[in-house]
Design a protein around this ligand. Structure first.
Ligand code: ADP
Length: 254
């Protein structure tokens, strides 16, 4: 039986000026799948995530979420970028969590969580607030709703950022090195929230350096280098017995 992928990335190419950053990346992600992406700094992992939710335009290739072309409209075989409102709708269906939490610093935690659901999803303040409280409970921050981001630790801010992404009821969550900016002792709290999310069936793509997390949580591990997928498969297999020399070299340096 061939399950239709939730996300389909087809031969994506990306250039910055005359430097090629993505060299034909293709991948499918099925509903509920957790994909971890590892690779050296500068290999294009972050750019790939940013292409998936169209924070970057594509130079070639196509990306589909539930069979809908992301970022573009196909006009008789020619792709034309979608209008801003359409792009906002598509972006809202994918939650993105960055290394730097990107919270609104002048808004309380609850205000951070209700803004987009009210503006984009047209939820009422009452229902958005109720859902915000539920989500804060889910990430272990039930008591923090009325604080400002600066009053929270980095790990707490990142959990707020995850809750804020979830408030939009995304079909897919994209994580770009969510724990890289955190002190080692609080990384675990954030990974626990992500592990719970995976267990609850959320489809996730996680760019990470946390190999234990990848081994334990990912259904599939991808190793990228120089803008291309070099190797992919079962995380435990790749981490203990990589097939490609470049993967071996990368893992040996960790
Ligand atoms: P990774 O996430 O694997 O560390 P990135 O996707 O962030 O890699 O970056 C890939 C390459 O693209 C790097 O060489 C980086 O310097 C370059 N790059 C990233 N963003 C831009 C940009 N906006 N303009 C020019 N070059 C960029």
């Amino acid at each position: 039986m061939n399950e239709r992928p939730l996300l389909r990335v087809e031969d994506v190419h990306k250039w910055y000026g005359n430097v090629q950053i993505l060299r034909g990346v293709s991948l499918d992600v099925t509903l509920g799948e957790v994909l971890c992406i590892i690779g050296p700094s500068g290999s294009g992992k972050s750019t790939l995530l940013r292409c998936i939710n169209h924070l970057e335009t594509l130079d070639a290739g196509r990306i589909y979420l539930e069979d809908e072309l992301i970022g573009y409209r196909d006009e008789r075989g020619k792709v034309v970028e979608r209008a801003a409102k359409d792009l906002a709708r598509q972006r809202a269906s994918m939650g993105m969590v960055f290394q730097q939490f990107n919270l609104f610093l002048h808004k309380t935690v609850i205000e951070n969580l209700i803004e987009a659901p009210m503006l984009v999803l047209k939820e009422s303040r009452a229902s958005a607030t109720q859902r915000a409280h539920e989500l804060l409970g889910q990430v272990g921050l039930a008591e923090k709703g009325h604080q400002y981001p600066r009053q929270l630790s980095g790990g707490q801010q990142q959990r707020v950022a995850i809750a804020r992404a979830l408030a939009m009821r995304p079909k897919l969550m994209l994580f770009d090195e969510p724990t890289s900016a955190l002190d080692p002792e609080i990384v675990g709290d954030v990974l626990t929230v992500m592990r719970d999310l995976a267990k609850a069936g959320m489809t996730m793509i996680v760019v990470t350096h946390e190999m234990e997390f990848a081994r334990e949580v990912a259904d599939r591990l991808i190793f990228m280098d120089e803008g291309a997928i070099v190797e992919q498969g079962d995380p435990a297999g790749i981490l203990s017995q990589p097939t490609e020399a470049r993967t071996r070299q990368f893992l040996a340096r960790l």
